[in-house]
Design a protein around this ligand. Structure first.
Ligand code: SAH
Ligand code: SF4
Ligand code: F3S
Length: 375
């Protein structure tokens, strides 16, 4: 019996697929090379933009014939997209050949769902919240990099974003558990890099009792003896403290590479996005990083065409990119997500305008990289 996992979305999902892989192997399944030779196919989905969801619907739908030819094939859909009740129900209704539909918090029970399907029952189950699971190991699949989850969820509720709704509130793992996992990774001597994961790593530990700061966690990890590089993502600008910048500057093990999503260069839009910082505050953080960590790589994410964004306001994003001269950026067209504040705002921007803006931003980035001789 073989399993095959299709993963969409961010590194968090990539890492969770490593957990799914471990669960499958514990059940006695082996890893398949492709969908065709699999007896169990899992789609680990992402809900961040409409395009991501459309791809999942397309690719799950395409399995109809395979299931007809191979009735014992088990098809499961999990992750952020199906954490939403309406989408989960739609998935079951539209694709009667899908056997398991679960959300992000149901993952630890995955083996039980597969057993139930084998006993003849289709499964739809969504938990509203869940504790961080420390019981299931990971089957690491990312080569020389080992992902380590340090927290789950998000409290920020940026008005465009679905993540807080599908991943719940911020919950940090206990520091001792993280350090234990990293000591084990280092002892294996198979990995050159360790990447810490969280939607907003800078708010790590605020929910722990006693609280532990992200800066302390970084220092304690660097104190572990061994030959490894440490990286993390994602940093929210509002929580990036001077202490964290100092630790990155001081610790040789930490990569000098910060992903610091700005989203927009315009203060009215940043406020409407609920990002809780201004362009000026953001630039002051960049300045601090440049001063304390010379040659630090800095990258960012931007959203263009947020509802009500005018041409002038978009120009502020262009000028921010021009000013910071990033090593690399991701630029996304705003995609309305059901249930979020921004999706209900008047003056949604037409697709044509969003396309024009995203192309202009990417062209500017290309020009800057050429001038700066960057990648
Ligand atoms: N927690 C991270 C972001 C995770 S989502 C952070 O706050 O930086 C990754 C990126 O997707 C975001 O930085 C944002 O640029 C983009 N994104 C999120 N929601 C979006 C939406 N509704 N439409 C378009 N892009 C979006
Ligand atoms: Fe989404 Fe904002 Fe949380 Fe990032 S910080 S996951 S963009 S709500
Ligand atoms: Fe997508 Fe969920 Fe990550 S919505 S970006 S897979 S947290």
């Amino acid at each position: 019996m073989k399993y095959y996992i299709v993963t969409y979305g961010c590194q968090m999902n990539v890492h969770e697929s490593e957990k799914l892989a471990a669960i499958c192997e514990k059940m006695g399944y082996e890893c398949a090379e492709n969908k065709e030779e699999a007896d169990l196919i899992i789609f680990n989905t992402c809900a961040i933009r409409e395009g991501a969801e459309d791809r999942v619907f397309g690719n799950v739908g395409a399995l109809k014939r395979m299931k007809k030819e191979k009735p014992n094939l088990i098809i499961a859909v999990c992750g952020c997209m199906t954490q939403k009740q309406t989408t989960a129900e739609l998935m079951l209704r539209r694709f009667p050949f899908v056997d398991i539909v679960i959300g992000t918090f149901n993952l630890p029970n995955f083996a039980a769902y597969v057993e139930a399907v084998k006993a003849g029952r289709r499964q739809l189950e969504l938990y509203e919240e869940g504790d961080i699971d420390e019981t299931i190991p990971y089957k690491r699949t990312s080569g020389e990099n080992a992902w380590v989850n340090i927290m789950q969820g998000c409290n920020n509720f940026c008005t465009y974003c679905i993540v807080p709704y599908v991943r719940g509130r911020e919950k940090s793992r206990k520091e001792e558990n993280i350090l234990k996992e990293i000591r084990e990774i280092v002892a294996e001597k198979k990995y050159k890099q360790i990447t810490l994961l969280g939607q907003n790593v800078n708010s790590y530990g605020k929910d722990l009792n006693p609280q532990v700061s992200f800066a302390k966690l970084l220092k304690d990890i660097c104190a572990i003896e061994g030959d490894f590089k440490l990286w993390f993502m994602t940093s929210h600008p509002k929580d990036l403290t001077d202490e964290v910048i100092d630790v990155i500057a001081k610790e040789d093990k930490i990569l000098k590479d910060i992903h610091l999503p700005a989203q927009s260069g315009n203060n009215r839009i940043l406020k409407a996005m609920n990002r809780v910082y201004t362009r000026e505050k953001y630039l002051s953080i960049i300045e601090k990083i440049r001063e304390k960590i010379p040659n630090c790589r800095i990258t960012s994410d931007f959203i263009v065409g947020f509802p009500t964004e005018t041409e002038e306001e978009f120009e502020d994003t262009m000028s921010l990119v021009e000013q910071v001269k990033y090593d690399s950026i991701f630029a996304f067209m705003y995609s309305p997500r059901e249930g979020t504040v921004a999706s209900k705002m008047a003056d949604q921007i037409p697709l044509e305008t969003k396309k024009k803006r995203v192309n202009a931003l990417l062209a500017l980035e290309k020009k800057i990289q050429k001038q700066e001789g960057k990648r």
